[in-house]
Structures are given as structure tokens and as C-alpha cells.
Design a binder for this molecule. Sequence first.
Ligand code: COA
Length: 309
Amino acid sequence: MGVTITGWGTALPDKVITNADLEARLDTSDEWITERSGIRERRIGDSCAELAIGAGRAALARAGVAPADIDLLALATTTPDQSVPATSAHVAFELGLTCGAFDLNAACSGFVYSLVAASGMVGGHVGRVLLIGAERLSRITDWEDRSTAVLFGDGAGAVVLEAVDGPGDLLAWDLGADGSLRPILYADLHGYITMNGREVFRRAVRAMVDSAQATLERAGVSAAEVTLLVPHQANIRIIEAATQRLGIPMERTAVVLHRTGNTSSASIPLALADAAESGRLSPGDLVLLCGFGAGMTWASALVRWSAAA
Ligand code: COA
């Protein structure tokens, strides 16, 4: 059996922090942040579970699926609310799910990792999966550190996956991890995000391009056939460099980071849902999801869009 995406939803905290707000409290400027990252504002607040519940509920409504009909919950997050238990247990309870639920941490690649993992579990008694990427990065951001505080935000995005006969709409994927690169981006337990920005930038472009190309090759699809690239929303310059190398123009790339900042596991489903909501996707379209993150991890997946506009 394969899977298809039948619903999507998002949740963002109410509190908006603009570049001007950061300018007022840090040695930075709107011009620097916009030029170097493309980010203009981000939203912060709510717990990881609250955001995940909001996005999950919206995705269930959009798919027209009752909580009782969900057979598995996968929550991608790098900022769970507690070490134990998994945040997915809280989310499952609040949504009224009674199925198995697990958290997955692959940093900013987490949503695509979860998509691949959950798709492999579909079949038998698992017919519908709720897949959520949710983050409260503001909890592990040092708001006095201008090199990271300007980049991150909170949010959540979700999709409903349903089993279909035949190969389904996940056409190919690529997952990777290189733990030798742990020191360039990490947060210790109870600590803040520490990052070598230049090194992450350099590695990120290469990882995205290589992973996306591996996925396209496995699917036998060319970059020209991709309707929409949905990249991890970390930095507009990383996205521009990757799209240039992949030969996919920015007009065919989903971008929401100017208003969300980098929301890690939530960024790809936020951008995907935005594209679906704004009518950029039609049945038959080929969508290339592509992420990278701490670890370093990378992940890409080629999905055929089947949901009606
Ligand atoms: N405002 C103003 N100046 C800042 C600043 C800020 N918020 N943050 C850093 N600077 C300064 C630096 O101190 C440095 O000053 P110096 O030249 O006097 O030493 C200067 O700006 C340039 O810093 P640099 O780190 O070389 O800038 P950059 O062009 O590499 O851009 C990032 C910095 C962080 C925006 C960029 O490296 C990046 O986006 N990296 C990837 C980060 C990422 O995506 N992380 C998440 C991965 S999932």
C-alpha cells in the first residue's frame, strides 16, 4: 500500500516579534536581518503541544477525518515540552486519539523523516496517520545572542496521510545523517542553540542539493518536472543558492520564512500548507520537500499532490 495527503493545517502563536522589535533590544538592524536571512518577523509563544494540537486539529478538519479514525500519530519536534513523556502523548490525548503516538527528533529534517517513517507503517491496521511538525524554538533561543535570536520562531504544521492501493504518492525519498557535524549546530540539555552560522550555511546548501538530486534520480524525475520545491525555511540565501544549483526557479519554490523565521520541524509543513491554501497546488503536481538540520541531518521526499484544490 502507499499513502496520499488528504488534509493539512497549521498553527502559529499570536505574538509577533518583528525585526524592529529585535533592533530595539539587540545590536542588530532590520536591514542586516532581512539582507542576511530574508526574515522580517517571527511568532513566539504557546507550548509545543499547544501548537501541535492546533495544527493537528486543522489538518483533521481539512481531511474530514474524525480523531477515532486516526491509526497513528507521528510528531516531529526538537523542542518537546518535557524530556518524558513524549509530547505526542499529550497531543494524542487532547485530540482524542487512541492510537499509537511517537515523537521523532531529526532537527529541521524531522518532518520529512516522519513522513518517510510513517508511510512505511501504513498498511494492515494502519490506514490513516496524523503527521505533525511542531516547535517552540523560543524556549532554546538565547534572546541576548544576536547571531541566533534573529533567526528562529515557533509554529506547527500537520498533514493527514491516508493509505491507498498501489504505490501511492510518496514517489521517492532520501534520508541522511552525519554526526561528525554535531558541533556546528546544537543545544545542550537545558541550554541554548549554539551555531557556527557560516559552516551551517555552506553544508546546508550542499546537503539540500545532493539529497534533492538523489530523490529525483530515484523517482526518475527531472528538476524541470517539479511543480513546487518546498525547502526547509532557514534562510532565503540558502534557498536561493540551492534552487540555483537544482535548476528550480524561485517562482516554483515555497517561501514563508519572511513571516515565520526558522521553525525547524514545522517549517516544511507550514510552507506546504501555505502553498495548498493559496491555490498553488493541483492534482498531479510533483512536490519536492527538502530539509537539513542539526546532526547534521538531511531529508528529501518527492510527493505527488492528489488533493483537490
Ligand atoms: N545583526 C548584526 N550583525 C550581526 C548579527 C546580527 N543579528 N549576527 C551576526 N552579526 C555580525 C557578526 O558578528 C559579523 O561581524 P564581524 O564581521 O564584525 O565579525 C558579521 O555580522 C558577519 O557575520 P557572519 O556570521 O559572517 O554573517 P553571515 O553572512 O554568515 O550571516 C547567518 C549569518 C547566521 C545569517 C548565516 O550564516 C546563516 O544563515 N547561516 C545558516 C544558519 C542556519 O540556517 N541555521 C539553522 C539551520 S537548520
